[in-house]
Design a protein. Structure first.
Length: 161
């Protein structure tokens, strides 16, 4: 009886592992028009901390506190004392719902975001689906025309640039 139960349990564990792996991959947060996972543009500092996703920097810059996202290398952002989370910057492996992440070519970005415009320091486009918040994706490109910085930014941001 024990041997039969062990075989059944082993089968259940193997099946649950096989089912949960694709589900976990599919559930990976995207840098969408409202934020990244539970972390949302506009959240006050206390709300952002409650997500359990961020680590605050110790320094405050002009009324803004920097942060990094736990477990996402190279990620970060800013929280304004007045407006809450005003910027979330993608890290390694983070992509927009349109599939754009660090390393994407300028031509790929233009194809996914045909309304992108070039500014003095950045390329920017309204984040699709973010009409209520009017967030933008900001892109910086290197000398090979590949994205080296990608951020979701509130129009109310006053922390940088």
């Amino acid at each position: 009886m024990r041997r039969g139960l062990a075989v059944v349990l082993a089968g259940v564990v193997a099946l649950s592992t096989a089912v949960s792996a694709p589900a976990e991959a599919a559930a990976k947060p995207r840098l969408g028009p409202l934020g990244y996972g539970k972390l949302k543009i506009g959240q006050k500092k206390k709300q952002a901390r409650r997500t359990g996703m961020i680590v605050l920097n110790k320094q405050v810059y002009g009324g803004c506190t920097g942060f990094r996202i736990k477990g996402v290398k190279g990620s970060g952002g800013y929280i304004s004392n007045k407006y809450g989370v005003v910027a979330i910057f993608a890290g390694k492996g983070v992509k927009t719902p349109q599939g754009i992440g660090l390393g994407a070519k300028l031509s790929q970005v233009k194809k996914k975001y045909p309304k992108i415009r070039r500014g003095p320091n950045i390329w920017a486009v309204a984040a699709p689906g973010g009409k209520k918040k009017k967030t933008e994706y900001w892109f910086l490109f290197d000398e090979r025309n590949r994205v080296y910085e990608l951020g979701l930014v509130s129009p109310k941001q006053h922390c940088f640039n």
